[in-house]
Design a protein. Structure first.
Length: 299
């Protein structure tokens, strides 16, 4: 009898399934994002209820599963390390990372480097400034998806200059805007857009909403933008608006984002707006549930 090889993973989302089981969305190092049924995980006998307690977000796991269809059957789950303790706004930011992975990654598409980066981002959320952690993860996620932002040069290929301000749109990238006389490191002036984007802290989702919510495996696939929505002949109004949204940002902010240097207070709002505009075409028209759960006032 062969011994099953366990693989590293995290729970991104879970919900009740039938009377005694759980349907869980996983992010694994080797297989990427996938869905498993944890049969009997909610049943009363000792050990099975312990499994339900183990299958929580931010708990590093060793996992085993079987099955060839879209929904696998979980066979084993063991703690790989202590759970990453996130509380208050840090918890919601962790949920936000989970929602991005569910919305933007295809199922069973491995991203081992991103898995390692995600695990480090969760650890960083426990102690580092939240905006810096979120911006790093968003940039890395776009890179993994093949849509890396070039923050070191403008559309003409010229190096970003700290004394210049730039206009960003998702369809044109960064263009210099000389001589406007406005500091776009001022959060009030951070956005210049036809449809004002809300200036709220980007944090997460009902991806870990209370059990019994009426959505999960099928709907998380439906959350992704369909090919029709991005085809030249059929662009949704929301995506067209996202492409037209303009964000003003200073060269200094861009340089700090590109280098990973600590963000200054005045960088936070424009950096947040930039990443929101960059992610919007890929997220599609459906809003992030995380923003409905948690909004941190800008300070």
């Amino acid at each position: 009898m062969s011994v099953q090889t366990l693989k590293r993973g995290f729970v991104l989302h879970r919900r009740d399934y039938r009377n005694t089981s759980l349907l869980i969305e996983l992010f694994t190092a080797d297989e990427g994002r996938l869905v498993c049924v944890a049969k009997g995980a909610k049943s009363a006998p000792r050990g099975r209820s312990a499994l339900a307690a183990l299958l929580q977000p931010f708990q590093p796991l060793w996992l085993g599963w079987v099955g060839r269809g879209e929904v696998k059957t979980l066979t084993r789950a063991e703690a790989a390390a202590p759970s990453i303790a996130l509380v208050a706004e840090r918890l919601y930011c962790g949920f936000y990372l989970n929602e991005l992975l569910i919305r933007l990654l295809d199922r069973e598409d491995p991203h081992e480097a991103l898995f390692v980066f995600y695990q480090q981002a969760l650890a960083d959320l426990a102690s580092e400034p939240l905006d810096a952690v979120l911006r790093r993860f968003e940039l890395r996620l776009l890179e993994e998806l093949g849509y890396a932002l070039d923050l070191r040069s403008d559309r003409q290929g010229k190096p970003i200059e700290p004394v210049h301000d730039y206009r960003y749109t998702s369809d044109q990238g960064l263009n210099p805007v000389p001589g406007l006389g406005v500091s776009f490191n001022d959060p009030v002036a951070a956005l210049h857009t036809g449809a004002r984007m809300r200036e709220t802290q980007i944090a997460d989702d009902a991806v870990c909403e209370p059990a019994g919510a009426e959505r999960f495996a099928v709907e998380t696939s439906a959350d992704k933008t369909s090919p029709d929505e991005t085809s030249p002949d059929k662009i949704s109004p929301a995506i067209a608006q996202a492409a037209a949204t303009e964000v003003m940002i200073s060269g200094g902010t861009l340089q700090r984002l590109a280098s990973g240097a600590p963000l200054q207070r005045g960088d936070l709002a424009p950096a947040r707006a930039l990443m929101r505009a960059a992610l919007a075409p890929h997220l599609g028209p459906k809003p992030l549930r995380s923003r409905e759960l948690f909004r941190r006032p800008s300070t």
